[in-house]
Design a protein around this ligand. Structure first.
Ligand code: 2M8
Length: 446
């Protein structure tokens, strides 16, 4: 099988990002995702930062244009590009007093990876990007404050999600039992038409039932004018997620470093950071699985599922060294590495679960962004060989199959289907390949 060389990956990735660039931001994929997505832009900016700082800054400035008056940075900032559902006319965020009128946005958020991207720019440029960093800092703090004020009613230090799309891992099996609670009655939803199925086979995308529930939740937000307190009272989907909260923690860490260099008061950041670290440890750690799991605030029960997100707290430096060792062992166990230990890491869901599907989006495939952040986490704990395996697996998948949206975790056909799936020309796969190659060549994975 012909494989791309490092040089071809780098050239192909920069070329792809250029093609996906569209008037001030980068489309995650030209046809499937034509607008600006929040955490995509953060990963994409990390890729740009290694060869074009100005482009990285433009990307993030464009995203921050969508910030709401309550601090929330929405998961999509819409452009005039057609062909995506749900678009601005469906979200109707003009019903909220907090949403900007221009640009239109979605009415939910995304894992806060953005602060880390700003820190990356700051570390690479020192004082050269100081204006941008100083402008972004208060906005990033406002976003954190939004999470602790609006998404943590019990003041536990954990933010809840109120839509599967907020997690970024849209159709993860972790949401199945929570979504099952939403009964959609015939004729209850406004007419709408999915656009994703024009680009990717239905077998690789969320089901119709999933979409009905995604839409049902949007209808609820519109009915209450996007007021958080009313959503909190009515929403049946309120979940604490280990990746989202690891990102929250990582953002506090990044902002603490930025505060120090800008001479800003670190007070509340320090408190948030300590509180979220502790809460992840106490509430989401599952001793039996040796992983972090999810908590459903409606049923008051844990969702005992291991996913790629379960490893994200490593990236934020949350686990104790003992727990980190146990997690590294878990990653190499048949549940994640396959019976023969030769699967591509990290499948988005446990291989031995009945819900696992190697090709269906967030129910099994390997995703570049998860490998990237978990590899960073393993480095923090001195697990260099395993971190190297994650980077290597991600790059091998790109070498073989190109910049696909996701990949089967199987290495050879005798185990199951192999290959790249979802959209072609996917921006964060390209951007993070550039970053991984740079780390490999500097001999420094951190
Ligand atoms: C996917 O999600 C969007 C909805 O936000 C979709 O399916 O239309 C997810 O993979 C998400 O993590 C990602 O940010 C987005 C754009 O790449 O696509």
């Amino acid at each position: 099988m012909a494989e791309l060389s490092d040089r071809e990956i780098r050239a192909g990735a920069t070329h792809l990002l250029e093609r996906n660039w569209c008037d001030g931001y980068t489309r995650p994929a030209r046809r499937l995702y034509p607008h600006q997505w929040n955490w995509d832009s953060a990963f994409i900016a990390i890729g740009y930062a290694s060869y074009d700082i100005e482009r990285a800054i433009r990307e993030l400035r464009s995203l921050l244009r969508g910030q709401w008056a309550n601090g929330m940075v929405p998961h999509i900032v819409f452009s005039a590009q057609p062909g995506y559902f749900p678009g601005p006319d469906f979200w109707r965020t003009d019903l909220s007093a907090d949403a900007p009128r221009d640009p239109p946005t979605s009415g939910i958020t995304n894992p806060p990876v953005l602060a880390g991207a700003v820190l990356d720019i700051h570390r690479r440029t020192g004082s050269a990007a100081r204006d941008f960093v100083a402008e972004a800092f208060p906005r990033l703090v406002a976003w954190q404050r939004y999470f602790y004020r609006e998404r943590d009613p019990r003041r536990e230090g954990l933010a809840y999600l109120r839509h599967p799309w907020e997690s970024g891992t849209d159709n993860s099996p972790a949401w199945d039992s929570v979504l099952a609670r939403i009964r959609v009655h015939p004729g209850e939803l406004p007419r709408h038409e999915r656009r994703d199925l024009a680009h990717v086979p239905a077998s690789q995308r969320p089901t119709r039932d999933d979409y009905d529930r995604y839409v049902w939740l949007i209808e609820l937000y519109k009915r209450v004018g996007y007021r958080e307190s009313e959503i909190a009272a009515e929403c049946p989907f309120v979940v604490q997620d280990p990746l989202f909260n690891a990102a929250l923690c990582r953002a506090n860490e990044a902002l603490l470093e930025l505060a120090e260099s800008l001479g800003e008061d670190p007070g509340e950041l320090r408190e948030w950071h300590a509180q979220t670290t502790r809460a992840l440890e106490e509430k989401l750690w599952d001793e039996e699985k040796a992983l972090y799991v999810y908590f459903d605030l409606e049923s008051e029960e844990r969702i005992h599922m291991g996913t790629a997100s379960s490893f994200a707290p490593l990236w934020a430096g949350v686990p104790s060294p003992e727990r980190a060792r146990a997690m590294a062992a878990r990653l190499q166990s048949p549940t994640f590495s396959g019976a023969a230990g030769d699967g591509f890491l990290v499948p988005s869901h446990e291989l031995d679960s009945p819900a696992f599907d190697p090709l269906k989006y967030w129910r099994g495939p390997v995703w570049m962004n998860l490998n990237w952040l978990i590899a960073h986490g393993l480095e923090r704990y001195g697990e260099r060989a395993l971190a190297g395996r994650l980077r290597d697996d991600a790059l091998t998948l790109v070498r073989r199959y190109g910049f696909r949206e996701y990949f089967s975790p199987f290495r050879t056909e005798d185990r199951g289907p192999v290959g790249g799936y979802g959209s072609e020309g996917f921006s964060w796969t390209a951007a993070l390949s550039i970053d991984l190659l740079a780390a490999e060549h500097s001999g420094d994975g951190s």
